[in-house]
Design a protein around this ligand. Structure first.
Ligand SMILES: NC(=O)c1ccc[n+]([C@@H]2O[C@H](COP(=O)([O-])OP(=O)(O)OC[C@H]3O[C@@H](n4cnc5c(N)ncnc54)[C@H](OP(=O)(O)O)[C@@H]3O)[C@@H](O)[C@H]2O)c1
Length: 326
């Protein structure tokens, strides 16, 4: 019988709800605890998701031996301190995206995981979706010819009143780290290697990038165009362009289907995820933990570090710094 991995959630906020719901559809894993800074928030979350144990304070959960692994769902600047707290307590860590706020922090996290001999992965759920795997399979099959380019837009429109942290430099706000990271991952999934060159333009206002456009060029001549925004509405579509056609991936970050275009032909392929899309990354984490692996082959820390470095380089180009960069 497979070992049950006992999970705890760190931070009872918005996205933690999606993780808690996904746990209902994953066998071999149990959501046993939640840790919140606030008793009131934590209690309401635990009751809503029928979680048996509430820890008030993250340190309390780190000390406990009732969990094997944690899902970190705090805002970006707290990913590193939270991950370190649990890694040093020998707990396996699945950490929300972006894994932290710069390359230096990401390298430090990997070192911490290695020193403690525990699993660490960025929760880049897009990487584990069946529709994304199918898009890559079709792209690699030659069906749309030779792959020459990729584009991905993840742009939404919000306000500081609706989402304060996204408009706050001290919270590593802005579109690039919040949603641009998905586009960069999409380009990396399809085109693989580190780009040879990049250019970026952005509208930076009040210490955050409101919209950012990045062009990437790879050594083999392929290119990518990634856009992100917090004040623009666009369809969140990913495209893979070949010499004989293209693949369209609607809502690419949480893809459920793809459409293969060749001339006037259109082939829609449905590849839904198990639930809302977090199940696959949880299953991957559990399988790695059970196998004694400290990294996922599909989302290794080296890849998270590579993409953090790209975001550091883009931020240099658009003159966007955060307090944690020093
Ligand atoms: N994968 C996805 O699709 C997806 C979607 C949305 C967000 N995310 C990522 O998930 C992370 C959390 O986003 P969210 O929208 O869930 O945030 P949120 O609603 O603000 O929740 C974050 C939680 O973190 C805890 N926290 C710890 N220190 C905090 C501090 N100083 N200020 C505020 N909260 C603090 C709080 O929980 P307690 O008070 O209970 O301790 C808070 O409720 C972000 O890094 C984001 O990029 C991922």
């Amino acid at each position: 019988m497979e070992k049950i991995i006992r999970w705890g959630i760190v931070g009872a906020g918005n996205i933690a709800n999606k993780f808690a719901e996904a746990m209902n559809h994953v066998s071999g894993a149990e959501l046993v605890a939640v840790a919140s800074r606030s008793e009131e928030t934590g209690k309401a979350f635990a009751e809503k998701h029928h979680i048996g144990k509430l820890f008030v304070g993250y340190e309390e959960m780190a000390k406990s031996d009732m969990i094997d692994a944690v899902y970190i769902a705090t805002p970006h600047p707290f990913h590193k301190p939270c991950a370190e707290l649990f890694l040093n307590a020998k707990k396996h860590v699945l950490c929300e995206k972006p894994v932290c706020v710069n390359e230096k922090q990401a390298v430090a996290l990997l070192t911490c995981a290695e020193e403690n001999g525990v699993f660490l992965m960025e929760a880049m759920w897009t990487r584990f979706l069946p529709a994304i795997h199918e898009a890559v399979r079709v792209a690699n099959s030659g069906e749309i010819g030779e792959i020459r380019s990729v584009s991905a837009d993840f742009c939404y429109s919000s306000t500081p009143q609706e989402e304060a942290k996204i408009f706050d430099n001290a919270m590593a706000g802005g579109s690039l780290l919040d949603v641009g990271v998905y586009g960069l991952n999409f380009a990396a999934i399809v085109l693989g290697e580190h780009p040879e060159s990049m250019v970026a333009v952005s509208d930076v206002a009040d210490g955050v990038d409101c919209q950012t456009n990045v062009l990437l060029k790879y050594a083999n001549g392929t290119t990518a165009h990634i856009s992100s925004a917090i004040n623009v509405q666009k369809p969140a579509t990913g495209y893979i362009y070949g010499t004989k056609g293209y693949i369209e991936v609607p809502d690419f970050f949480g893809a459920q289907e793809l459409i293969v275009h060749k001339g006037t032909e259109e082939n829609r392929i449905r590849k839904p995820s198990i639930g809302e899309g977090f199940e696959e990354e949880i299953i991957e984490s559990c399988q790695c933990i059970r196998a004694g692996k400290t990294q996922s082959d599909s989302m290794p820390m080296a890849e998270s570090i590579r993409i953090m470095k790209q975001m550091d380089d883009i931020r240099k180009m658009i003159h966007l710094t955060y307090p944690f960069d020093a």
